[in-house]
Design a protein around this ligand. Structure first.
Ligand code: ADP
Ligand code: MG
Ligand code: ZN
Length: 512
C-alpha cells in the first residue's frame, strides 16, 4: 500500500468539499469521541501524519476502532479502519492477531491488514475500511436469499481460516461484516483466535504457553469455587450455599431423587462434570462425592479447583464443548457459532441465545436441541451433563417459522418452561434467567431473542399484510436444505458436526 503523510497543506488546499464533510461529521461526533481521537493522536503521533481520524466506529472489550482517511500517493483518498488495542494486551496476543490478518486475510471474505503502528504499549492495526450494516438493524428486512449468501460467504471465510489452522473463537455477526449494497463480506477480529495443533500461524503456537486462567463467570464460581463455601463471604459463595440449602430443605435426602426436586416448578439447574476425572479425584481425596450426575453441587465439588479450558467468545454463540470446558476444542466451535447465526437469521431473532453465563447458555441449547441429545453428545466428548428435566428436541422449521410469525399457534413449538415466579433468592433469580419464558410473538422487524426475556405481546398486523411482505422476501419458500444445514451446523457433537469445507458442498449451495 502506498500511503503518504497527510500534510496540513493537502487538507486545506482540497477546499470546501472536505471541510463541509468534516463539518457534518463533527456535529455527529460526540465530545467523548473527539477526546478519544485526540488522545490516540497523542499516543501515536505518527498516526496523524498519515491519517485524519474522523470518527469512532467500534468499541469492544479489547479495542476501539476508528475511521481514518489517508491520502494515497496517486492523490486518491482512502478510508481505513484503525483498531487501537487496549494497551494492556499481551504483545504475543497482539502479534498473533496481526499475523492472522496478514497471513490468512485479504481474500475469501477474510479481512486483511495493511499496516501496523506502535508506540510504547499503544498498537493500532490498520485495515481497509469496509462499510457495513449491523445485522441487528437489518434482520427484519433480510430476504432468504441474502441469508443464504451470508452463510455461504461465512462458510468460505471459515474454510479459509480453518485451513491455516486458525480457530477464530468469536464468530458472531459483529465479527462478520456485511455490506448489503455491494454484497461484500469480511471476517474480522482475530483477537481471541487460537491455533490448532498443526496451525500455520507461528504466533498462535506461542499463545498456548501464555493462556491465562479463564475469567470466572457466575455459574462457574458457583460450581467450581476454589474456596470452600463456608470459609468465605464472597457473594458467589453465598449464592452457592443458597443452592445447597435449597437442596437440603427439599423433601428428600435420597441422592437418586435429588435431580428431580426442582423439576416441578420450572427451574432447570444444569451442571456439568468431567465424566472421567471428578469421581476419581474425589476418591483420591478420601471423599465420596455425593452429587455426581445430579443437578446439585456437594461441598466436595464446591471446593474443587476450576477446570482450565479455553472458553473465549460470547456465551450465546459458544459451542456445547466450549460451555462444558472440554479441553480439546477445534475448528468445529466456529461452525457451531455459524449455526447459531443461521438459526438467528432463519428465525428473525437476534440475538437468539442471550445468556449471561455458560450454564444458562447450555440450558438454552438444551431447550432447542434436546436435553437427552445434549447429555449424550457431552458423554461423547467426555463430559457429564445433568439436567433436572427432560427437554424434547425441537423441529427447526417449526421453531423458526413460529418465531417468524408464519405459524399461528405457539403451541406447536414445545414451549420453554415458564420462569419461576418466585425470585426472592439469588438462586431462584439465577434459575429464572436460565429458564426464559417462551412466548413467540409475531413481529416483522428485529425480534428480540426468544430466550432473552418475556416478550411483550406485539400488536399483530393484518394477516394479509404479513403474508405479502414476507413472501417477497422468500420466507414462504425456505427449502428443507436450509433446515438440514442448520441441523448439521448445530450438531451437538463436534466430532460429527459438519465442517466449513463440507458445508460449502451442501445442497443448499449447489448453484453457487
Ligand atoms: P473487538 O475485538 O473490539 O470486537 P473488532 O475487530 O471486532 O474489535 O472491531 C469492532 C468493530 O469495528 C466491528 O464489529 C466493526 O463494526 C468495526 N470494524 C472492525 N474492522 C473493520 C473494518 N476493517 N472495516 C469496517 N469496520 C470495521
Ligand atoms: Mg469483535
Ligand atoms: Zn459432588
Amino acid at each position: 500500500m502506498e500511503l503518504s503523510p497527510l500534510c496540513t497543506d493537502s487538507i486545506s488546499t482540497e477546499g470546501c468539499v472536505i471541510k463541509q464533510d468534516r463539518g457534518q461529521r463533527k456535529s455527529k461526533v460526540s465530545r467523548d469521541v473527539e477526546t478519544e481521537i485526540e488522545n490516540l493522536n497523542k499516543a501515536i503521533p505518527q498516526l496523524a501524519k498519515v491519517f485524519r481520524i474522523i470518527d469512532k466506529i467500534g468499541e469492544g472489550t479489547f479495542s476501539s476502532v476508528f475511521l481514518g482517511e489517508a491520502q494515497m500517493h496517486d492523490g486518491r483518498r482512502e478510508m481505513f479502519a484503525l483498531k487501537h488495542l487496549i494497551p494492556t494486551s499481551h504483545p504475543t496476543r497482539i502479534a498473533a492477531e496481526l499475523q492472522c490478518l496478514t497471513v490468512a486475510g485479504g481474500e475469501e471474505s477474510v479481512m486483511g491488514a495493511t499496516y501496523c503502528f506502535r508506540k510504547e504499549d499503544h498498537v493500532v492495526i490498520v485495515m481497509p475500511y469496509m462499510e457495513h450494516q449491523a445485522i441487528v438493524d437489518i434482520i427484519g428486512s433480510l430476504t432468504f436469499e441474502e441469508v443464504r449468501l451470508y452463510i455461504y460467504h461465512l462458510m468460505k471465510a471459515l474454510k479459509h481460516v480453518h485451513q491455516f489452522g486458525i480457530i477464530h473463537r468469536d464468530i458472531k455477526p459483529n465479527n462478520f461484516l456485511f455490506n448489503r449494497k455491494s454484497k461484500m463480506y469480511a471476517l474480522v477480529d482475530f483477537g481471541l483466535a487460537q491455533g490448532t495443533a498443526d496451525t500455520q500461524i507461528e504466533l498462535l503456537k506461542d499463545l498456548s504457553g501464555l493462556r491465562k486462567q479463564p475469567r470466572p463467570v457466575f455459574g462457574e464460581r458457583n460450581l467450581n469455587s476454589c474456596t470452600p463455601a463456608a470459609a468465605t463471604t464472597k457473594p458467589a459463595a453465598i449464592k452457592a450455599e443458597t443452592l445447597i440449602q435449597l437442596v437440603k430443605s427439599s423433601k428428600t435426602e435420597d441422592p437418586a431423587n435429588r435431580k428431580y426436586t426442582a423439576a416441578g416448578r420450572g427451574p432447570l439447574p444444569v451442571r456439568t462434570q468431567s465424566s472421567t476425572q471428578k469421581p476419581q479425584r474425589a476418591v483420591q481425596q478420601g471423599h465420596t462425592c455425593n452429587c455426581y450426575q445430579t443437578d446439585r453441587v456437594c461441598n466436595i465439588c464446591m471446593s474443587r479447583k476450576q477446570q482450565v479450558a479455553p472458553r473465549a467468545g460470547t456465551p450465546g454463540f459458544r459451542a456445547p464443548e466450549v460451555l462444558t470446558k472440554c479441553p480439546n476444542q477445534g475448528t468445529a466451535i466456529d461452525v457451531w457459532s455459524a449455526g447459531v447465526i443461521l438459526l438467528s437469521l432463519l428465525s428473525g431473532r437476534y440475538p437468539f441465545f442471550k445468556a449471561s453465563d455458560d450454564l444458562i447458555a447450555l440450558t438454552q441449547i438444551m431447550t432447542i436441541r434436546g436435553s437427552r441429545e445434549t447429555i449424550q453428545a457431552a458423554k461423547a466428548f467426555g463430559k457429564s451433563v445433568a439436567c433436572s428435566r427432560d427437554l424434547p428436541r425441537q423441529d427447526l422449521r417449526t421453531l423458526c417459522e413460529t418465531l417468524r410469525g408464519r405459524r399461528p399457534s405457539p403451541d406447536e413449538v414445545t414451549p420453554l418452561p415458564e420462569a419461576n415466579k418466585d425470585s426472592s433468592t439469588a438462586c431462584h433469580h439465577n434459575i429464572q434467567d436460565a429458564t426464559p419464558t417462551h412466548r413467540p410473538s409475531v413481529q416483522h422487524g428485529a425480534g428480540e431473542s426468544p430466550l432473552s426475556s418475556t416478550l411483550p405481546e406485539e400488536p399483530r398486523d393484518s394477516e394479509t399484510d404479513c403474508k405479502v411482505e414476507v413472501d417477497e422476501r422468500g420466507w414462504d419458500r425456505v427449502p428443507d436444505e436450509a433446515y438440514h444445514l442448520l441441523d448439521r451446523l448445530l450438531d451437538l457433537n463436534p466430532a460429527t458436526r459438519i465442517t466449513a469445507a463440507q458445508a460449502l458442498q451442501h445442497p443448499l449451495f449447489k448453484d453457487l
